[in-house]
Ligand binder design. Structure first.
Ligand code: NI
Length: 256
């Protein structure tokens, strides 16, 4: 079995004490590929450096809505340079976060839209972070003539909005919360997203799945969310691993 963690933050300082060990545990858990996702320019750089030196690790570069207010004037140029990297497979993570509102909403919108334009121009897939902002995000998507390929990461919406994102061509990625007892809407969404649009991720160090809930998350834990997804779809875990692996490789445009 080969498992693909489509979204983690191995560059995070919470891995400063044991980053190499976490990488080894990931491989031992049969999670043989992951994408290390940036949230601002320095973290994107760290993700790229880690991907360049670790087999099976890829990187994404982008500015998260939390960090949008601090994006330097020339950030798009820097990002374009990073996206040319061999191991850089996506622009992200970018989006809207109305739960924390750490950047003013107009700034979140501007920085997100500029990066979507860049992704369309460069033809690279996008990783979207959307928290308490599905209405505005869907409106934004509907307003665009051209949308990039992309992932709705750590999906947190209703089955209806999942369906709409799928119609727009996006993949839906499920993280640890899928395993929580009180997540009936997420589990309902996971039951009906078409198999060829499903992905799994950890978003580690955040959002540990059951039975690791409450502790630091890491890429090795992808298997718990994968197992839950397989159970919901009534498929063997090996088959769900293969399906989500193929989807991830297709979206990130890497050889399966
Ligand atoms: Ni993330």
């Amino acid at each position: 079995m080969n498992v693909f963690d489509t979204h983690c933050h191995l560059d995070d300082e919470k891995f400063n004490e044991d980053r190499e060990e976490a990488y080894q545990r990931m491989l031992e858990a049969q999670v043989t590929r992951c994408v290390c996702v940036g949230s601002d320019l320095p973290s994107s750089r760290r993700c790229i450096d880690f991907a360049d030196t670790h087999a099976g690790v890829y990187a994404a570069a982008g500015v998260h809505p939390h960090e949008a207010k601090d994006a330097p004037a020339d950030y798009l140029e820097t990002l374009a340079g990073m996206l040319a990297g061999k191991r850089v497979v996506a622009l992200g993570e970018i989006g809207l976060d109305y739960y924390y509102d750490l950047s003013p909403r107009d700034v979140q919108h501007r920085v997100m839209a500029q990066q979507v334009d860049l992704a369309v121009q460069l033809d690279v897939p996008v990783i979207f972070h959307i928290r308490d902002a599905h209405g505005d995000m869907a409106d934004f998507f509907r307003s665009r003539k051209r949308l990039p390929a992309g992932i709705i990461h750590c999906f947190s919406g209703s089955p209806e909005i999942a369906r709409e994102y799928v119609r727009m061509g996006f993949y839906i990625s499920f993280a640890g919360p899928l395993t929580f007892k009180k997540a009936p809407h997420l589990q309902a969404a996971a039951r009906e997203v078409p198999l060829d649009r499903l992905l799994v991720e950890t978003d580690s160090p955040y959002l540990s799945p059951e039975p690791k809930r409450g502790r630091r998350n890491e890429p090795a834990h992808t298997v718990y969310t994968l197992a839950k997804l397989a159970e919901l779809r009534e498929l063997p875990i090996e088959e769900m691993a293969q399906i989500t692996w193929n989807n991830a490789c297709a979206l990130y445009r890497i050889d399966p």
